[in-house]
Ligand binder design. Structure first.
Ligand code: ADP
Length: 429
């Protein structure tokens, strides 16, 4: 089912026209309401009358996370506080959190894009959603909740954590759809197996997973452990929250549709900021075309991916590839650029390897050294750990071009953080 067929299948020339109209109105509004943008454009000598459409956007400066922090908490809001109906904030692992606000129209827009995303992921009205994203300042919980309600689903607001309770709810409340992070879906799958719960006895058909980078390895394991289809959902609080883009459940592996009537994407070079042609990998940048309270022009997400049109798809909107990682997460090891997801992707060839792994980065003398810790699948009882480590090391060397020591650990022994998350990179240099 397509939630908003007129928009989601709109022909590209019409979509461009809509984007251009929306962009021009937005630029005029921001020039009048947000001093940051007026000052930035004046300083760069930009006359917004000359930005006639999205193809001119590259002339406008980026907005970066530091700009949001410099105007903490409400300095970039384009509406008075009396018009704001909700405030969220991103986790703020470094420094102060990033604060975002929504008018009632923004919340309606949030519901719309999440409803589109859920449909694209396989959900339908009258199904039940087990919502295991955190409720609170994080946009995941309330964001998915609003969109599912708009779609006509029954929402179970489980929120994160308390895995035992989640398993009881999955067994007894019989939801057809679950949404959570991919790592939590893995945890749920492992717990089902440990407790002898047969996933065939659960009614879950679709697991809508996102909020962190993940790969086909994790997808395969979640789909196998929970007997579900697991399409990707992507988003970030600055742009709206979850529902910026969504993978179609029948087109898994081909990328996620960006709802570009609202969020106009560009991909730019991570060092020079130059726009890159479709299909090339770089930093994803968004302009929110319709948001009222907290619009952003050319927001530098720091997420690395490519964007491209897929003529074989049912929907016309542009797709983005899976996120390789954040630009600031890229390791440079002996001159080679490395994302942890590149190592993870190699595990697909090894049934005996789980998605629980960690890269330890050390410096010995002048040399960077990477050690890969990896846990095997517990079902592989008589595994020869040393042999597996050698095989993995060889594949890494021949594919990525770097020598790494691989250590196969016992299942469950790589340290997890509080929420059960595994830090993929521990940089000890
Ligand atoms: P933060 O993590 O910065 O506090 P958010 O909670 O808004 O803020 O998280 C947004 C970020 O999470 C994105 O910029 C991206 O790096 C990551 N993310 C979200 N969804 C996905 C996804 N499906 N795949 C990969 N990364 C994702």
């Amino acid at each position: 089912m397509i939630y908003n067929s007129d928009i989601e299948t709109m022909q590209l020339p019409d979509l461009r026209k809509l984007q251009n109209q929306r962009l021009q109105a937005l630029l005029i509004r921001l020039q009048q309401t947000v001093p940051f943008y007026k000052n930035q454009w004046d300083a760069a000598g930009i006359d917004i009358a000359e930005i006639s459409g999205v193809e001119d956007l590259h002339k406008v400066p980026f907005t970066k996370k530091t700009d949001l922090r410099d105007h903490y908490p409400y300095g970039l809001f384009a509406k008075p506080m009396g018009d704001i109906r909700r405030i969220h904030a991103s986790s703020g692992t470094t420094g102060k959190p990033t604060v975002v606000g929504y008018t009632q129209n923004d919340l309606n827009l949030f519901d719309e894009v999440v409803a589109r995303s859920l449909c694209c992921a396989g959900a339908q009205p009258e199904m039940t959603l087990h919502n295991a994203y955190g409720y609170g300042l994080f946009t995941g919980g309330l964001g998915m909740h609003g969109g599912a309600t708009k779609l006509g689903m029954a929402v179970i607001p489980v929120s994160g954590g308390m895995t035992e309770r989640q398993l009881t709810i999955l067994q007894d409340f019989k939801p057809q759809v679950i949404c959570c992070t991919p790592s939590y879906a893995l945890t749920l799958g492992e717990c089902c197996r440990d407790r002898g719960i047969d996933p065939h006895d659960l009614s879950v058909k679709y697991a809508v997973l996102g909020a962190e980078p993940w790969t086909e390895v994790v997808r395969q394991q979640v789909e196998e452990h929970l007997k579900v289809d697991a399409p990707n959902i992507y988003g970030l609080s600055e742009i709206i929250g979850p529902g910026v883009s969504q993978e179609e459940v029948t087109e898994k592996g081909t990328g996620s549709h960006i709802w570009e009537d609202h969020f106009f994407p560009e991909v730019v070079h991570k060092d020079t900021g130059e726009p890159l042609p479709n299909g090339e990998e770089g930093v994803l940048v968004f302009t929110t075309l319709t948001k009222e309270a907290f619009p952003l022009i050319r927001y530098w997400t720091n997420d690395i991916c490519s964007i491209y049109y897929d003529s074989g798809s049912r929907r016309s909107h542009i797709k983005m590839s899976t996120i390789k990682g954040r630009a600031d997460e890229m390791l440079i090891i002996r001159g080679v650029n490395l994302f942890h997801t590149q190592v993870e992707a190699l595990f697909t060839e090894f049934d005996e390897v789980s998605a629980n792994y960690q890269l330890l980065v050390d410096r010995e003398g002048n040399m960077d050294k990477v050690t890969v810790l990896v846990e095997p699948q517990p079902s592989f009882q008589d595994l020869n750990a040393a042999q597996l480590a050698t095989k993995l090391s060889l594949v890494i060397k021949s594919t990525i071009g770097l020598s790494m020591q691989v250590i196969v650990k016992d299942p469950g022994t790589i340290p997890r953080s509080e929420g059960g998350k595994l830090a993929r990179i521990v940089d000890r240099r």
